[in-house]
Design a binder for this molecule. Structure first.
Ligand code: C5P
Length: 219
């Protein structure tokens, strides 16, 4: 089984406002360098989708492809750039990746064909009454029982995921992750316990959390 790690890292980081998000540093290292270093020991190669015009920093042992306008299109470019039979797809923006999660995903993909890190939802969930209104009000309570928050990494047989991406492209279907594209076609996706530290750095608050966690993680 040849495994490649595919890291979409081509986001512009608009919500953070510090330039390309994957190249933001926490604890002295970029989010991308942390994600790539966590994956490298488990795979034959690491491929990264970078924002157009960016070069791969010298300390990252990976091959770069030019990212596209959406995460979905960046992942499709990565899938087309490797001949690996199994792929681990991981957002650069999730820099704290425990090795046990990678091992569990690689075991699950061999039996189920697709697997994602995910965590049971702990908060009460409510849909806002008028989601686009200026002031938000409680609308409908959504029971959280059986709901999971989906993280990355996600593991797939590459050709199955490539077919799901190509089907989504021709249907004009957009998803925020890759497991959703396979599940749409009726294929099973295993939910593997993720980790609270695998949160995605999206907002300034997330970045503050990452900066606080980095020295503990690195110790
Ligand atoms: O925007 P969001 O935080 O959901 O992005 C998730 C991951 O996808 C990030 O690591 C980001 O760099 C990547 N991405 C990409 N190409 C895009 C948009 C996002 O590779 N056009």
């Amino acid at each position: 089984m040849k495994v490649a790690a595919l890291i979409p890292a081509a986001g512009s980081g608009t919500r953070l406002g510090l330039g390309p998000k994957a190249l933001v540093k926490v604890g002295g290292r970029t989010l991308l360098a942390r994600s790539a270093a966590a994956l490298a020991p488990h795979v034959a190669e690491v491929l990264v989708a970078l924002p157009p015009g960016e070069e791969l920093p010298a300390d990252i042992p990976a091959r770069a492809v030019v990212g596209r306008a959406t995460r979905q299109a960046s992942v499709l470019a990565l899938l087309r750039a490797t001949d690996a039979d199994t792929v681990l797809i991981h957002d650069a923006a999730r820099p704290f990746l425990p090795p046990g999660v990678i091992q569990a995903l690689l075991a699950a993909v061999q039996t189920t064909g697709a697997a994602t890190a995910a965590l049971p939802v702990a908060d009460t969930l409510v849909r806002a009454a008028h989601p686009r209104a200026a002031a938000q009000h409680w609308g409908t309570l959504t029971p959280r029982e059986g709901l999971w928050a989906v993280q990355t990494p996600q593991a797939f047989r590459r050709l199955a995921l490539l077919a799901a991406h190509e089907a989504a492209l021709s249907d004009g279907y957009a998803a925020t992750d890759d497991a959703g594209l396979l599940a749409r076609l009726g294929q099973a996706v295993a939910l593997v316990p993720g980790d609270a530290r695998l949160f995605k750095v999206t907002t300034p608050g997330d970045l503050a959390l990452a900066q606080a966690l980095a020295p503990v993680w690195d110790a």
